[in-house]
Design a protein around this ligand. Structure first.
Ligand SMILES: C[S@@+](CC[C@H](N)C(=O)[O-])C[C@H]1O[C@@H](n2cnc3c(N)ncnc32)[C@H](O)[C@@H]1O
Length: 267
């Protein structure tokens, strides 16, 4: 069975055919700053984070789920070099075209796969709204383990995610047909039975597309993966956006093991 997050390739083919340049441009949710490829609140969060004493000011950044690369290009404008990874081949081709001459690298790949770790270490690892596309608990764990191993000690992980609570009335009005069952958001789609965790809802197959957990539970998930959360911004649903949003910045805890015999700590 295919991973549901691979359906993004279809979305990017449509987006490209319509002449749209970024994920935001095709977003049906218009409550926020849909005209800009990077939401205003994301830009503010990142700018604020970069001013903190624990944050790198410049260096190497990697964006997990970079799409066409708008967040990485924004970071490039602030002094970062680096690379983006996305599961969609079309998104990566568009990112390369849009980033010509900037020295950024874009690679097609799955950020939940062990191979993701071969790209080296970075000062900044940015979840480009990707973790909320990763649905199975084992894949979310793999995502965070990969993020941890891609960070140099003292580096910073940024998580940008949808979260609960969800305004169900706005959801039904703005994106009718989508159904929230537990933490997963399902979309009616032909051929969905070929995707992991798909469900027959009514008479139609629905693949899951988003993981929408409470912000506090995402926070705990990040902490359980070996990070200390340094800054966290949580916003409730507003305007035409039925979802809450979460921006967090976290630093990796030092890796250490305690010897069973001597009690010595090795870092
Ligand atoms: C909501 S879009 C945001 C894209 C981009 N960061 C932006 O801000 O325009 C999430 C992206 O994550 C990518 N993605 C989802 N799961 C992935 C995975 N397991 N590995 C790599 N990319 C993934 C999707 O293809 C999609 O481009």
């Amino acid at each position: 069975m295919k991973k549901a997050y691979t359906t993004h390739e279809h979305a990017y083919r449509k987006l490209k055919a319509r002449g749209q340049g970024s994920w935001n441009a095709q977003c049906v949710v218009r409550g926020r700053d849909a005209r800009s490829p990077v939401d205003r609140e994301i830009r503010h969060f990142l700018a604020d984070m970069l001013r903190q004493p624990w944050s790198p000011r410049r260096g190497r950044a990697i964006e997990l789920g970079c799409g066409t690369g708008p967040i990485l290009r924004w970071l490039h404008g602030k002094g970062f070099t680096g690379m983006g990874i996305d599961v969609s081949r079309t998104a990566i081709a568009m990112a390369r075209t849009q980033s010509r001459g900037l020295g950024l690298r874009f690679v097609q790949g799955d950020v939940c796969a062990p191979r993701c770790r071969r790209h080296g270490v970075f000062d900044l690892v940015v979840d480009g709204h990707c973790l909320h596309c990763v649905l199975a608990p084992r894949d979310r764990k793999a995502f965070l383990e990969n993020a941890r191993s891609l960070l140099r000690p003292g580096g910073v992980l940024i998580v940008l995610s949808m979260c609960a609570p969800v305004d169900r009335r706005t959801l039904a009005r703005v994106i009718p047909g989508q159904k929230l069952v537990g933490r997963l958001l399902y979309v009616p789609w032909e051929g969905a039975h070929a995707y992991e965790q798909s469900r027959l809802l009514g008479n139609t197959w629905h693949p899951p597309t988003r993981h929408v957990a409470a912000w506090s539970s995402i926070l705990k998930e990040v902490e359980a993966a070996g990070f200390s959360v340094q800054r966290c911004l949580h916003d409730r649903p507003w305007g035409d956006d039925p979802f809450g949003t979460l921006c967090l910045a976290a630093t990796p805890n030092p890796l250490f093991t305690v010897s069973r015999t001597t009690g010595a700590v090795a870092r």
